[in-house]
Design a protein around this ligand. Structure first.
Ligand SMILES: Cc1cc2nc3c(=O)[nH]c(=O)nc-3n(C[C@H](O)[C@H](O)[C@H](O)COP(=O)(O)OP(=O)(O)OC[C@H]3O[C@@H](n4cnc5c(N)ncnc54)[C@H](O)[C@@H]3O)c2cc1C
Length: 464
């Protein structure tokens, strides 16, 4: 076990290297503090572009720069790879693990920005057949599954199996679902055209499905309808009021609003239907003086984004529940800036927790691309769809992408894909497709071994 080095500076520990975590560390660049960012990934992942990695437009490196390199010139910051397994609010420590190595970090201020993960609403077994899209692993696995489905369809001689292989179902018609369904349709129609001999990729079936009655429900009926019409023009089938009740290797079972159940045989399914906050939220809330978590596991923070009884423990980003703040990048960025603002005042001796100004969220709007040259955008009361909205989407994503080189190569890739039909990241590997099952097998073996070891120890004790 390693205990963090002592320093006479104010020690800030930041958990997570996403929008909240990285913004927090960078906002403290000029502060007289020692920051440690501990994260289970070595990168800062730009999640809004994961669907472009899944559909062969961008590489994973372009949307996930290495945080160690991003922060190399920030002398008051260090980066630690590790999975946070414990947080002790009394002792003011954070414990993380990397393989069998454990590190305990002492903090004066803590920012928890551990984000959210995919929710299968209690049906985690669906993940094996319908991966979500939260991590680089997810996006690469999906790329393998999407392109692999076309390959298998080319090889099979059974018409029913070919149809199954060429049916793609995206579950969840929020921004991620809309973007992914649109891109699978464009990939089939434009990029793969003429590349196969026994199948026509453009004849594949792409289904976007949701239990809700509308596409892009949070963006309102006008933009939802615009997105739906555009997707339908691309050939995407929209199925609303349709609840997925089972997912297996062969396909999915769907219950319609009338209560009837039906099957869709499909090889490639993607889950983008819900999110669940990281369990670290509950871990922190349970140690506070009465802070609760909401149904999605998000921490119902105080107006200054802290938990009750601990004015030095901030929860920001997707992990915090603040009325009117959506689980979007801006919520995380603004929350992190607010928390670091308070920490800077604390270090300067100017902070009094009782008189802190509450966090205020400034809504900069939301957007989603539907296809090339087409997006929907909502900023305040302004609602826009079509080419101008798409240009806005393009510029905004470039501004927030980290790293000059990444911006340049992303623009080049977009030029190739949007002005022509090529995609530069079409390689797939066996690891992309089979790693999940291999890891599940390893995990199950590990559990069995641990159980066997515990039973053997029990037996030994009884004999003794
Ligand atoms: C596919 C997709 C598309 C999206 N599109 C948009 C969009 O178009 N616009 C928009 O504004 N928002 C979008 N979002 C939402 C946006 O990405 C999130 O709101 C934002 O990433 C939240 O930032 P965060 O810092 O709270 O969490 P995250 O960015 O999720 O970061 C969490 C960090 O915590 C780390 N972590 C988690 N658990 C542990 C642990 N136990 N130990 C150590 N580290 C841990 C993770 O490795 C990660 O670095 C999208 C999200 C997804 C998944």
């Amino acid at each position: 076990m390693t205990v963090s080095a002592s320093t006479n500076k104010h020690r800030v520990v930041v958990i997570g290297s996403g929008f909240g975590g990285l913004t927090a560390v960078q906002s403290l660049k000029k502060a007289d503090v020692q920051v440690t960012m501990v994260s289970r990934t070595t990168t800062h992942l730009f999640q809004p572009l994961l669907y472009q990695v899944a559909t062969g437009i961008l590489s994973e490196g372009e949307i996930a720069p290495t945080t160690r390199l991003v922060l190399r010139n920030q002398k008051n910051a260090e980066v630690l790879l590790g999975d946070v397994t414990a947080i002790d609010l009394e002792a003011q420590t954070v414990t993380s693990k990397l393989m069998s190595m454990e590190t305990v970090l002492q903090y004066d201020s803590l920012i928890v920005a551990a984000g959210a993960q995919q929710s299968y609403f209690g049906n985690d077994q669906f993940a094996t057949y319908a991966p979500g899209m939260k991590t680089i692993d997810d996006a690469l696995e999906l790329r393998g599954r999407i392109l692999g489905a076309f390959e298998a369809a080319e090889v099979t001689t059974d018409p029913a199996e070919r149809e199954r292989r060429l049916t793609f179902v995206v579950i969840g018609a929020g921004p991620t679902g809309v973007e992914l369904a649109g891109q699978i349709a464009e990939l089939a129609e434009r990029t793969l055209r003429g590349a196969f001999r026994t199948i026509k990729p453009s004849e594949c079936r792409v289904i976007l499905m949701d239990a809700a009655p509308a596409v892009l429900a949070p963006m309102g009926p006008k933009l939802g309808k615009a997105a739906q019409e555009r997707l339908e023009k691309l050939g995407v089938e929209i199925q609303l009021n349709a609840m997925v009740t089972n997912v297996d290797y062969q396909g999915i079972t769907v219950k319609d609003s009338g209560g009837d159940e039906r099957r869709i045989e499909c090889a490639c399914k993607v889950w983008s239907a819900g999110v669940q906050a990281n369990p670290l939220g509950k871990l922190v809330a349970d140690q506070s003086d009465g802070t609760e978590v909401d149904r999605a596991g998000r921490v119902v923070v105080e107006p200054d984004l802290t938990v009750k009884g601990h004015p030095n423990v901030f929860v920001v980003g997707d992990l915090m529940a603040v009325k009117g703040v959506p689980g979007m990048a801006q919520g995380a960025i603004q929350g992190a800036k607010y928390a670091t603002g308070v920490i800077k005042k604390t270090v300067a001796g100017e902070d009094d927790p009782r008189t802190r100004k509450p966090f205020k969220y400034f809504d900069k709007g939301s957007m989603a691309t539907v296809s090339r040259f087409d997006a929907v955008m909502k900023v305040g009361k302004i609602e826009m769809s079509g080419f101008l909205a798409w240009l806005g989407w393009l510029l905004l994503h470039l501004v927030y992408l980290v790293g000059y080189k990444n911006r340049v190569s992303t623009v080049l890739n977009w030029l190739i894909t949007f002005s022509g039909s090529g995609r530069g990241q079409m390689a797939i590997t066996s690891q992309m497709i089979y790693a999940r099952t291999a890891m599940e097998r390893l995990e199950s073996q590990r559990r069995q071994d641990a159980l066997a070891a515990a039973e053997a120890a029990d037996e030994g004790e009884k004999r003794a």
